[in-house]
Design a protein around this ligand. Structure first.
Ligand SMILES: Cc1cc2nc3c(=O)[nH]c(=O)nc-3n(C[C@H](O)[C@H](O)[C@H](O)COP(=O)(O)OP(=O)(O)OC[C@H]3O[C@@H](n4cnc5c(N)ncnc54)[C@H](O)[C@@H]3O)c2cc1C
Length: 378
């Protein structure tokens, strides 16, 4: 593929760079609540500037950006060291899912507040016995009058404590085969029947939560894509999950690597051959990730939707990010373990990278079977 930007793409990038130059996000707070407030504030600024979701069609409040422009947006967001918008799950997963499967009323009701960050969204897919194997989920939804009554438990629900809406997949027909009989709901989180319990992570913060759902009510008009069609709707959500982030993640990796090189230089460690070799290795991995992310664009252009290649970039990023955090710890020694230091945070937070958004083992299966065409195990 040709990586040279067209005039329109360069113009888009320059306009965006100008905007970021006048909208410094400021230093990144370390506590979870302050971090969320920082991200929400920044999303509102993006929204006011018309940049909250450039990849959305103009009719829904986006800019109708092309795939390459959308990639440029995430690259520039990372380059400006700006945060991912607070409502990243609504912008990247929920909104695009509604655009495919939602009714006109659902789009009218939900897309605006997603863009403006007035209503934050979370993703209620994983359960204690259903993570990689999503179709094993047990949360039940039973029809009751003109709505549904939902009971069950979700886990690892990121940002649930800040969310108004949850993309919830529940079993509505237990007699059906596993992938059938599921329905995709938008559940209002502001009801007593939904209890949110934060889970404390190794970093000390609580990004994610357990959800205990005891006869929560969902109106019929919050079913997305029709009853019994939940698996297909959920796949739309998951396909969008890995596709959008690759460009942001590769720039974030680049920024961290540049910081680490500066840190190593300041400590006189660049003369150490082993350190230089490991930094060089990470530089190559970062470039590979960037180029593979661009190659993924070609696949989307060809097939009209994100393909299994997104699994490759997610796997490459989590592997490189964990290596980088470990190298930082090796270079900084005990300084990397000081509570509250950015490198201590990176080292601890990186552990989850190979689990969130699909574990590395599952991604390797997808790459083996659907990218390389190797035989299936079963
Ligand atoms: C930071 C973070 C944020 C998250 N946010 C959310 C969220 O907002 N919403 C949400 O719904 N979920 C969220 N998750 C959950 C995440 O999607 C799951 O943790 C993930 O899908 C794995 O599921 P599991 O934890 O149940 O592990 P399991 O699926 O039980 O897997 C356990 C181990 O077995 C391996 N394994 C499982 N099946 C296979 C197989 N077929 N072949 C080879 N190995 C296999 C896995 O790789 C893993 O090592 C989050 C997780 C993290 C870490």
């Amino acid at each position: 593929m040709d990586l040279t930007f067209s005039d329109a793409e360069t113009g888009f990038r320059d306009e965006l760079r100008d905007w970021f130059a006048g909208n410094d996000p400021g230093p990144e707070p370390r506590t979870a609540d302050a971090h969320q407030a920082w991200r929400r504030d920044f999303q509102r600024r993006l929204y006011d500037g018309g940049w909250a979701a450039p990849h959305w069609p103009v009719e829904y409040g986006g800019r109708g950006a092309t795939l390459t422009q959308s990639a440029i947006f995430f690259e520039e967001l990372g380059r400006a060291r700006a945060p991912l918008p607070a409502n990243v799950l609504g912008l990247l997963l929920g909104g695009p899912t509604l655009m495919v499967w939602g009714t006109d009323e659902q789009k009218d009701r939900h897309l605006g507040p997603i863009l403006s960050a007035d209503e934050i969204w979370c993703q209620g897919f994983s359960e204690p016995d259903a993570g990689s194997d999503l179709a094993a989920l047990k949360t039940r939804a039973v029809r009751d009058g003109d709505g549904w009554v939902v009971t069950g438990q979700k886990v690892w629900t990121s940002g649930a404590q800040y969310s108004k809406w949850c993309m919830l997949v529940a079993r509505t027909d237990p007699a059906e085969a596993r992938h059938k009989g599921l329905t995709y709901f938008l559940m209002d989180m502001e009801q007593d029947a939904v209890q949110i319990r934060p889970l404390r992570q190794i970093t000390g913060e609580s990004e994610f939560n357990e959800l205990f759902i005891e006869e929560a009510r969902i109106a019929d008009d919050q079913v997305v894509g029709g009853a019994g069609n939940g698996w297909r709707v959920a796949m739309t959500t998951l396909m969008n999950e890995r596709a959008g982030l690759a460009f942001f993640l590769q720039v974030r990796l680049r920024n961290l690597l540049d910081d680490l090189i500066a840190e190593a230089a300041a400590r006189g460690r660049l003369a150490d051959d082993l350190v230089a070799e490991r930094l060089g290795d990470l530089h190559v991995r970062t470039e590979l990730l960037r180029l593979t992310a661009y190659r993924g664009l070609t696949a989307i252009e060809k097939y009209g939707q994100p393909g299994p290649e997104g699994s490759l970039t997610k796997w490459m990023w989590s592997d490189a990010n964990q290596r980088l955090a470990q190298l930082a710890a090796d270079i900084l020694g005990p300084d990397a373990l000081v509570t509250g230091s950015p490198w201590a945070y990176e080292l601890l937070r990186a552990r989850g990278n190979s689990i969130e958004g699909g574990t590395t083992e599952i991604l390797k299966n997808i790459v083996a079977e659907r990218v390389l065409g190797l035989p299936r195990l079963r």
